[in-house]
Ligand binder design. Structure first.
Ligand code: ADP
Ligand code: MG
Length: 271
């Protein structure tokens, strides 16, 4: 077969909606401090499909950030394993971009455009010209074209988070990892940012693994929600079909109460 008749090279990983993409299998994560060993999560398993808006929900300290960092490749599980697209996660990679809660994720000496282009240029994924075109595309998608030449100190918290989202999306990662990205915003901006994220998802159907401690946010953002219990974080339940509930008929409020009861039901001590 010569080059002309070669079939188009398939993508390295399957991206058909609904195919398994991220597999977290029996993962235990521990921190070692000088004084103690802290088990942040114990024996956690879940599977994210391509196109999912998968939410990790649980109270503060239940290990959500720890789990997300492990999927990002910043922490290594003591037990169990994590794969993305069938490949074991061993280090951070451009296939897993992260968006954090903090507003200081941007490089202060670069403009909005410079910040969004930066990972493309560092990884050599695209030429400068291609990187700029891609960055402009995603900056437009998050509604920041008018602020494209501004520096971070000139932006509001909501705008900074939009830049971080555009930067992550511009890399077109297999999965976008979001750690309470809207938690530090005022209520109104938070709601706008949630709506925008859903609109973006509707347009491009990317895969997102989203962490929150807010039940309402989990129901709004997720199509699937994993409930985690604290100390150490363990899987309490998984809620599927979250897209089927709505505020209009009261089913969202019912689900919110059910999740609340599940999360805060007393459970026997594990001795
Ligand atoms: P969440 O994001 O759900 O609030 P974290 O993943 O941040 O929870 O933390 C889970 C547990 O691990 C907590 O008990 C926390 O105190 C502990 N922890 C988090 N980061 C560290 C660290 N760098 N060193 C030691 N313990 C940590
Ligand atoms: Mg956290």
């Amino acid at each position: 077969m010569n080059a002309l008749t070669m079939p188009a090279r398939p993508r390295a990983t399957p991206h058909e909606p609904g195919t398994p993409l991220v597999a977290v299998e029996n993962v235990t994560l521990r921190y070692r401090t000088e004084k103690a060993k802290i088990t942040a999560t114990r024996n956690v398993s879940f599977s994210v499909n391509s196109g999912d808006r998968f939410v990790l929900l649980g109270p503060s300290g239940c290990g959500k950030s720890t789990l997300l960092k492990a999927v990002g490749g910043y922490l290594t599980p003591e037990e169990g394993r994590i794969t993305v697209g069938g490949r074991q996660v061993k280090a951070p990679g451009a296939d897993r971009m992260m968006v954090f809660q903090e507003f200081d994720q941007l490089l202060p000496w670069k403009t909005v455009l410079g910040n969004v282009m930066f990972p493309q240029l560092v990884t050599g994924k695209l030429s400068p010209k291609e990187a700029e075109a891609k960055a402009r595309h995603y900056i437009e998608k998050v509604g920041l074209t008018r602020a494209i030449d501004n520096y971070p100190h000139m932006l509001s918290g909501g705008m900074k988070q939009r830049v971080s989202i555009a930067r992550g999306m511009a890399m077109e990662p297999d999965v976008l990892l979001m750690d309470e990205p809207f938690a530090a915003l005022d209520a109104l901006t938070r709601r706008t940012c949630q709506d925008e994220l859903l609109r973006l998802w509707d347009e491009t159907r990317f895969t997102v693994l989203f962490v929150t401690h807010s039940i309402a946010e989990a129901i709004k953002i997720g199509n699937r929600i994993l409930l985690l219990s604290p100390h150490p974080g363990r899987v309490k339940a998984e809620v599927e079909g979250v897209d089927d509930v709505s505020a209009a008929d009261g089913s969202a409020a019912r689900l919110e109460r059910e999740i609340h009861d599940l999360l805060f039901a007393d459970e026997p001590e594990d001795h």
